[in-house]
Design a binder for this molecule. Structure first.
Ligand code: DSN
Length: 478
């Protein structure tokens, strides 16, 4: 590949876009500048490779391809078949799964595909069979009522939101909360860890159809062998949503009891977090659920996105290279260095540390809410997000926590020494910020006081920390 191939590719693309709508070309350029300049610690974000990004910007976007490989509702899908089959093959090989469905557009979509597959497999429902035999647009109102009546309130047991579970695991703001009668398991109040005896007890009492494991804000490993035993003891289907830690599974950092694939009946994921692929989702399962999973489009998904499936094939091929395992290990080493640096400086961390890619700081120790801390850090060039902590007294909007993750900075090449520097910057901002007051003198959960000169200084220091680790080093837009 010529040394300037990546610059040439992106420059040409922007030139073509600029000729039609220059403001879009400018925004794309500005986004690269923003991403290069910020210390990105959002645990669910990453930087996909130029090859992955370029695989999305082409005429595959123009093609309809409802159905699955070799069995489409549209003619002329031979090239879509090629990339979908390649992405699925890489996924099966990478994760050791017997079946991979690479069409979901997002994590929510992947979970919906899994939920419908489980319902179809486990619940005797003539209305569901009728619904599956027809295109979803042809279902009448009576069909939908019958579906609701026959599926009833099937039960789902998943991790509670404030313990780090995800909205799509049966919580009301998501359709899964309307499809399932949900109950959740929390974590041990003393340790912050999953208490498997309590999960088993909840399963025995509630008898769920589906037991869900997986999280978006739990900083530890989950023992999937034990969770499968609990599911089996009550006849539940065991589903794992590994969206956050898929890269750690792919990179063989999570193995044995901590690799969900050999233990779960069905595994869902996104492809853009620690896995470092394009924005999208994926489902892995055994042969028992494969037929139902493959009905995902048109049952719950719109037409597949062939350009994104092409990018998934590229990213999954990258994740099969030996250097991806080293990358995955560095993500965890960096998270642990960040946690150690924060602890040494006096921060309070949920569970006291991390085993994975994320750290959850309880910012009440700094006298702040999550919202105040998030904004103060943002003023200082550090991008994080506020997050609830277990039994959060500030609720889901203001919260008491800040979630930070290392996949993106690890992609840029930052290592454990820079994580200590990052911990210093975070601690400096949080310890120098104080809670603000409302005009009537009462305490505000949103307002905060931070000296702008300090915020500027930390911003400059964050820039210096990043300077040795250029993002997309082979992309020069001129
Ligand atoms: N929104 C993702 C996250 O930030 O964890 C999960 O859906």
């Amino acid at each position: 590949m010529p040394p300037n191939a990546e610059s040439a590719a992106f420059r040409s693309a922007l030139e073509v876009i600029r000729a039609v709508e220059p403001r879009v070309a400018d925004a794309i350029g500005a986004e690269l500048v923003d991403q290069r300049e910020s210390l990105k610690l959002i645990a669910s974000e990453n930087y996909a490779s130029p090859a992955t990004l370029l695989a999305m910007g082409n005429w595959f976007s123009d093609k309809y391809a409802e159905g699955t490989v070799g069995r489409r509702f549209y003619a002329g899908c031979q090239n879509v078949d090629t990339v979908e089959a390649l992405a699925a093959e890489h996924a099966r090989e990478l994760f050791g799964a017997s079946h991979a469905y690479v069409q979901p557009h997002s994590g929510i979509d992947a979970n919906l595909v899994a939920f419908w597959a489980i319902l179809a497999d486990r619940v005797e429902s003539p209305a569901l069979k009728r619904a599956q035999a027809r295109h979803v647009n042809d279902l009448t109102e009576q069909d939908w009522f019958a579906l609701r009546r026959e599926l009833g309130d099937q039960r789902m047991l998943g991790m509670s939101l404030d313990a780090g579970g995800h909205l799509t695991h049966g919580f009301r703001p998501n359709i899964s909360g309307k499809m399932f009668d949900q109950r959740s398991y929390g974590t041990d109040p003393a340790t912050g860890l999953v208490d498997y005896d309590r999960v088993a007890e909840a399963a025995r009492e509630f008898r769920p159809l589906v037991l869900v494991a997986g999280y978006s804000a739990y900083p530890r490993k989950v023992n999937f062998r034990i969770m499968r035993e609990i599911a089996d003891s009550v006849g539940a289907t065991f589903m794992v949503d590994m969206a956050h830690f898929a890269g750690l599974v792919a990179g063989k950092v999570f193995t044995g009891d901590f690799d969900p694939v050999p233990h779960a009946h069905i595994v869902t994921t996104t492809t853009h977090k620690s896995l470092r692929g394009p924005r999208g989702g994926m489902v892995l399962c055994g042969p028992e659920l494969a037929d139902q999973v493959d009905r995902g489009c048109p049952m719950v998904l719109g037409g597949p996105l062939p350009h994104v499936m092409a990018a998934k094939a590229v990213a999954l091929a990258e994740a099969r290279r030996p250097d991806f395992a080293a990358y995955a290990q560095r993500i965890v080493d960096n998270a642990q260095a960040l946690a150690d640096g924060l602890l040494r400086r006096g921060a309070t961390l949920v569970t006291g540390g991390t085993d994975n890619h994320l750290v959850l700081i309880d910012v009440t120790g700094y006298g702040l809410t999550g919202r105040q801390a998030e904004q103060a850090l943002l003023d200082s060039g550090i991008v994080t997000n506020r997050n609830a902590v277990p039994q959060d007294a500030n609720g889901a909007w203001y919260t008491s926590g800040i979630r930070i993750g290392t996949p993106a900075l690890t992609t840029r090449g930052l290592g454990t020494a820079e994580m200590d520097g990052t911990a210093e910057l975070i601690h400096t901002v949080l310890s120098q910020t104080s809670a603000g007051a409302n005009p009537d003198g009462t305490a505000s959960k949103a307002k905060y006081v931070l000296d702008p000169a300090l915020a500027d200084k930390v911003s400059r220091q964050a820039g210096e920390l990043l300077a040795g680790f250029p993002l997309y080093p082979n992309v020069d837009l001129g």
